[in-house]
Design a protein around this ligand. Structure first.
Ligand SMILES: *[C@@H]1O[C@H](CO)[C@@H](O)[C@H](O)[C@H]1NC(C)=O
Ligand SMILES: *[C@@H]1O[C@H](CO)[C@@H](O)[C@H](O)[C@H]1NC(C)=O
Ligand SMILES: *[C@@H]1O[C@H](CO)[C@@H](O)[C@H](O)[C@H]1NC(C)=O
Ligand SMILES: *[C@@H]1O[C@H](CO)[C@@H](O)[C@H](O)[C@H]1NC(C)=O
Ligand SMILES: *[C@@H]1O[C@H](CO)[C@@H](O)[C@H](O)[C@H]1NC(C)=O
Ligand SMILES: *[C@@H]1O[C@H](CO)[C@@H](O)[C@H](O)[C@H]1NC(C)=O
Ligand SMILES: *[C@@H]1O[C@H](CO)[C@@H](O)[C@H](O)[C@H]1NC(C)=O
Ligand SMILES: *[C@@H]1O[C@H](CO)[C@@H](O)[C@H](O)[C@H]1NC(C)=O
Length: 489
């Protein structure tokens, strides 16, 4: 997470003041941190070559002829024949290495399919910066950050690969998780003549205005905690008012700062707001990575971390400082699993260069309404307010959100013409709120995995994988075989 190159750090510094908590809606801030996956060192686990391709900055006008280097990762070890299948990861909002590392499923099935593996980086993330260190400088440079441009990049790259005679008739199967899964699905919808199928895991393509209720996400988080222990979400719900109450006095703020070992003491109501949003982030993160085995995706965590957290939150009569002590123990599962955290830094979500990309996307096309009502969920009530949201976007980026663009571009309500897509969702994953949970057509299939968290199915196999995940991966193989066969005919 800390391993950013010096160049990037310089860059971030110049943006930091404007990005810190500018957004009123804390679900939004959560979301932006959330999907932003920490950057890990290249592990020894997977090996690949890193390449770049010259890419037009603007695929859709005839007035801009600038180009940039788009990065992609390649492994061609398993392909044996001409026209081998190409397994293509449609990179999302972050360094492409991270996605290559966390998509073990592609690596596992490549040998059996004799496939070429490609992981393509999303423009404006990682090292694929259209205007180098000026990419985020202003709207003239940043305006080419759209999902449409990104998909056109992937088309361009696929065409480039297929221009070699050995891949001329190669079928292309797309893979993606989360926003990457949305891109996979949209790409098959938009470019069925270029790509033959898509595995879109945990892809909330319906988390848009007028399609999905804004409360849905918060309710799923809550039900994950409820499944761990019935009193757990009740106590979390109760804790918000206890926090408000205790932090209304200097003495109380000091008590909380000392007992929770905050790096900086709480001074005023802004700090308390930050603390609450920090807690909310943690609960949402926990729900997302509630994997059945020890993992280190967003943080080092035990198996089923939500259960571990809720072990501390079972006694319904806990109140006041006793409750807050229990909450501190509970969140330590997330913040201090290694026992090495000296103090809690409420700014943990230090903006990184890439992390500016997602807020921009969320302020333009990717407007995903989120809210909580405090009755059917364990959070404080927080309405969705597009006007307020728009004001923040105009202030930060001088852009006005376009909440209908995605559904106009790719479809939301009627996707019955979609083919050869698997939409997989874990019901424990809060993002399943905006996922496709029913079959759209005879070959655009919804796979619902009751025990799965956020794109567990694309990760590498583990001994503790639930049976439903093992089964889902078997399905994917069968479908991929069919898509490849269909292409040959
Ligand atoms: C592809 O991955 C395999 C397994 O990790 C590795 O042995 C091989 O060296 C890699 N090939 C390339 C070209 O990186
Ligand atoms: C931006 O890139 C240019 C050219 O690559 C370089 O000269 C300059 O020092 C960079 N600026 C920063 C702030 O990194
Ligand atoms: C608020 O705090 C005071 C003492 O600081 C306590 O007497 C009161 O019960 C608390 N109220 C709630 C709702 O926790
Ligand atoms: C809280 O304190 C910080 C400085 O420590 C200040 O920037 C901020 O405006 C204060 N917020 C309120 C609501 O007083
Ligand atoms: C639950 O908490 C209350 C209040 O602190 C305490 O009196 C009681 O003993 C606790 N119950 C259990 C089973 O720990
Ligand atoms: C983390 O755990 C260690 C060991 O239990 C403890 O000394 C430390 O204070 C904890 N840090 C926080 C922030 O709670
Ligand atoms: C958190 O961020 C604020 C504003 O950027 C900064 O003043 C403060 O020192 C940071 N706190 C820590 C513990 O890093
Ligand atoms: C979708 O269709 C597949 C294959 O026809 C079937 O196995 C699956 O149960 C269906 N899914 C739903 C959610 O109806």
């Amino acid at each position: 997470m800390e391993l950013r190159s010096f160049l990037l750090l310089i860059f971030i510094a110049s943006w930091q003041p404007t990005t810190q908590n500018i957004f009123q809606n804390s679900f939004y801030t959560t979301y932006q941190r959330q999907l932003h996956i920490p950057h890990h060192k290249q592990s020894a686990k997977y090996k690949y070559e890193t390449k770049t391709i010259d890419m037009p900055v603007d695929h859709f006008s005839y007035s801009v002829s600038d180009t940039f280097k788009l990065r992609y990762l390649v492994n061609n070890t398993w392909q044996k024949t001409y026209n081998a299948p190409i397994f293509f990861y449609t990179g999302n909002e972050g360094n492409i290495e991270t996605f290559a590392e966390n998509t073990g499923f592609m690596w596992e099935i490549a040998p059996e399919f004799g496939a070429l593996l490609i992981f393509a980086e999303h423009r404006y993330y990682g090292e694929s910066m259209p205007y180098g260190n000026k990419s985020y400088a202003d709207l003239n440079h940043l305006g080419y950050l759209t999902s449409q441009q990104a998909l056109a990049d992937y088309v361009h790259l696929i065409k480039h690969i297929r221009s070699k005679s050995e891949y001329k008739h190669s079928p292309v199967i797309l893979f993606g998780g989360s926003y990457g899964g949305m891109l996979s699905a949209w790409m098959r919808i938009k470019y069925p003549h270029i790509v033959q199928g898509a595995i879109a895991s945990s892809a909330p393509i319906l988390q848009f205005t007028g399609v999905t209720e804004c409360e849905a996400f918060a309710r799923i988080v809550t039900s994950d905690f409820k499944a761990a222990h019935k009193n757990c979400p009740k106590l979390i719900h109760k804790s918000w008012s206890v926090i408000s109450n205790i932090t209304s006095t200097d003495k109380g703020r000091k008590w909380l700062s000392d007992n929770w070992k905050l790096c900086e003491p709480l001074k005023n109501s802004s700090d308390v707001k930050l603390l609450k949003s920090y807690l909310k982030d943690i609960y949402i993160n926990l729900a997302e990575v509630n994997y059945p085995y020890k993992a280190n995706f967003l943080a080092p965590l035990p198996a089923f971390p939500v259960n571990a957290v809720c072990k501390h939150l079972t006694n319904e009569s806990l109140a006041g400082t006793e409750l807050l002590t229990a909450i501190h123990k509970a969140i330590s599962i997330f913040t201090n699993y290694t026992s090495e955290t000296k103090c809690l830094n409420l700014n943990d979500s230090t903006p990184q260069l890439d992390a500016i990309g997602w807020p921009f996307q969320a302020c333009t096309e990717m407007v995903m309404p989120m809210c909580s009502d405090g009755t059917n969920d364990m959070f404080e009530p927080e309405p969705w307010n597009l006007d307020e949201y728009s004001k923040d976007c105009i202030k930060q980026f001088s852009v006005k959100p376009q909440p209908n663009t995605i559904c106009e571009q790719y479809g939301c309500q009627d996707l019955s013409t979609a083919t050869n897509i698997i939409f997989s969702n874990g019901l424990m994953d809060p993002w399943s709120s905006g996922g496709v949970l029913r079959n759209l057509s005879s070959s655009a299939i919804a796979i619902v995995i009751p025990e799965s968290a956020h794109h567990l199915d694309l990760r590498s196999s583990e001994a503790n994988d639930p049976y439903s995940v093992i089964l889902a991966r078997k399905y994917y193989r069968t479908f991929i075989k069919e898509w490849i066969k269909g292409h040959k005919q």
